[in-house]
Design a protein around this ligand. Structure first.
Ligand code: HSE
Length: 433
């Protein structure tokens, strides 16, 4: 006879409802796979009468999180945000319960305290659902590649922004129109800022970097730029030069100007050649490419959000966590022995494409080129188009690999130059080397 384990589910929103459904419907398979009967002792919600995607047994619904957690062997946290999730997760870990969470913001801000609490209480903390929904990237980094050296993680880890950018790319929609469509279809929240400002991707970037480089990386270490300034004109220009624009999360092992080895972490809209696998990731899908010393290049691809796909990741953690409860063993603990420093974002190196509006007169191009030269940034190509009135011109310049700080200095100097009317956009280019 299998042991019975009590599981408390905190939150019954899009993902929580699907988790409860799957635990109910797959009860026998989960028991066979984990060696334990999974019994939901409570589903903690703010309002027991709120409408739900799945009709949860009313007897399970409660607002009393403390009482539910105190009875639980495993706690699944799907509330999101910092509080009250942080307090509940700490309570569960302190009592020795295994915690399974999809809360990237919580882990990217307070991970160290939670990892220490997990170890001190000899329990487990799982978070597959926190990064890229159903895509098993946490398992890949934490377990499958634990013996390899990961050099670079580069991916699309926010479905909402990928949907918006894809919509702009394929239909010519403006940012505002694409965002409205994403909201209409339920991909984007009424307040979309966590997604469109890049914060959700930054939290995921920090989690992947911590795992990949065996170091502590928090959300505040990530240099973040969202997609709100991307225009239909940027999209046109990207298409003309054979690129898509993607919001990329990039975590890399690199050296800074003085040769110190460390970690670079950044999230920004990026030009990706149409021939690169990340350029083909459409709609709300996610994909992450890992560059590893021995394994070489690996790509993970799939549904990064949504009820059932994210619940799949939670259920995988549930089987592992329940199995450890009955058969012994533990999830991998935090690995931070490498203690690599976080490098200044200004020392990052990439290629750039810049769009300028300039006066169309003799000497302008040479002045612009001189500014690049003075800051040590080498130009790869220049294309100029006259505007309709013939008095002004649009210039698109792309650079060889350059330091971020040098490119910023170039943009600054261009903005101050009389020849330049506006630096209309500066986009980084990745995936072409
Ligand atoms: N809002 C996220 C996305 C999913 O659009 O990918 C949860 O992190």
């Amino acid at each position: 006879m299998e042991k019975t384990l009590n599981v408390t589910v905190l939150g019954a929103g899009t993902v929580g409802s699907q988790v409860v459904r799957l635990i109910t419907e797959k009860h026998d398979e989960l028991a066979a796979r984990s060696g334990a009967r999974i019994r939901i002792n409570a589903v903690v919600v703010r309002d027991v009468n709120a409408p739900r995607d799945f009709a949860i047994d009313p007897a399970l619904l409660t607002t009393d999180a403390e009482a539910a957690i105190d009875e639980a062997d495993l706690v699944i946290e799907l509330i999101g945000g910092i509080e009250p999730a942080f307090t509940f997760v700490k309570r569960a870990l302190s009592r020795g319960a295994t915690v399974i969470t999809g809360n990237k913001a919580l882990l990217a801000q307070h991970g160290p305290e939670l990892y220490e609490l997990t170890a001190a209480n000899d329990t487990d903390l799982y978070y597959e659902a926190a990064v890229a929904g159903a895509v098993p990237i946490v398992y890949g980094l934490r377990e499958s590649l634990a013996g390899d050296t990961v050099n670079r993680v580069i991916g699309i880890v926010n479905g909402t922004t990928n949907f918006i950018l894809d919509q702009m790319h394929t239909t010519g929609a403006s940012y505002a129109e694409a965002l409205a469509e994403a909201q209409r279809l339920g991909f984007a929240e009424a307040d979309p800022s966590a997604d469109v400002d890049g914060l959700d991707a930054a939290a995921k970037c920090a989690l992947m970097a911590s795992l990949a480089f065996h170091s502590r990386v928090s959300m505040s270490d990530v240099a973040v730029e969202g997609i709100t300034a991307i225009t239909a004109k940027d999209m046109d220009e990207a298409a003309r030069s054979g690129h898509a624009i993607k919001l990329l999360a990039i975590a890399e092992r690199r050296t800074d100007d003085s040769g110190v080895e460390g970690i670079g972490v950044r999230v920004h809209p990026t030009l990706v050649p149409l021939t690169h696998p990340l350029a083909t990731v459409s709609g709300a899908f996610n994909a992450v490419v890992l560059e590893c010393e021995s394994a070489g290049r690996l790509m993970f691809y799939g549904q990064g959000a949504g009820g059932a796909p994210t619940a799949s990741a939670v259920l995988g953690d549930l089987v592992a966590g329940a199995s450890h409860k009955v058969r012994g063993g533990h999830a991998p603990r935090e690995s931070r022995y490498a203690e690599l420093p976080i490098l200044d974002a200004g020392t990052a190196q990439t290629r750039y494409q810049m769009r300028l509006r300039v006066e169309d007169r003799a000497g302008v191009l040479s002045e612009v080129a001189g500014i690049f030269a003075r800051h040590g940034v080498s130009i790869l190509s220049v294309a100029q188009k006259e505007t309709e009135d013939g008095q002004k011109a649009n210039i698109v310049l792309s650079t060889h690999t350059a330091r971020e700080a040098d490119l910023e200095a170039v943009a600054d100097a261009l903005n101050k130059s009389n020849a330049v009317l506006a630096v209309e956009s500066t986009l980084r280019v990745e995936g072409d080397r």
